[in-house]
Design a binder for this molecule. Structure first.
Ligand code: NI
Length: 169
């Protein structure tokens, strides 16, 4: 396994639409997911999408209490009209965070790291992370979803202003 270099905002890979993974069980995809997991742990984030490590494929990982989870070729669908705004960070936009409106509840479907079909419902932080990561697969950064650019700033300044911390994704 190896720690991969994370692309930062301004790199074109972060604005491109990623391609579906043709064979999730292929050895190179397993290796990619393992390397992404090591990279995410090293960086101290909660989520990481393949385009963030310069690989334009539709796969992301995130950390749950139970461990690291991968979702390949994800499809998200809103459950209901409710949205909620909360602070987000991004490993590709280091040192900053901003408040982003997201669907509160969603249905997700895709494939796991073994190529098996998975689906379910998520809400709150889990739903937020999945939306943040799926946006990366479509070339969208959280800053492009913000409703109020006044609620965007450097972590250190916002900490003094008592905005809640959020691990980057
Ligand atoms: Ni991100």
């Amino acid at each position: 396994m190896s720690i991969l270099k994370i692309a930062r905002m301004g790199h074109p890979v972060l604005l491109a639409k990623a391609a579906p993974v043709p064979d999730p069980s292929a050895p190179e995809i397993r290796r990619l997911i393992a390397d992404m997991a090591e990279t995410l742990l090293d960086a101290g984030g909660v989520g990481l999408a393949a385009p963030q490590v310069h690989v334009p494929l539709r796969v992301f990982i995130w950390r749950q209490a139970e461990g690291m989870v991968a979702l390949v070729n994800p499809v998200l669908t809103a459950l209901g009209p409710e949205t909620e705004a909360a602070w987000e960070g991004c490993l590709s936009i280091p040192g900053l965070r901003g408040e982003v409106p997201r669907w509160r509840r969603l249905h997700f479907a895709g494939l796991d790291a073994d190529g098996r079909a998975v689906e379910g419902e998520a809400e709150g932080i889990a739903a937020r992370i999945m939306q943040h990561e799926t946006d990366h697969l479509d070339g969208i950064l959280y800053t492009m979803r913000m409703a109020d650019l006044g609620r965007f700033g450097f972590n250190e300044e916002l900490a003094r202003a008592a905005a809640p911390a959020q691990n980057p994704a």
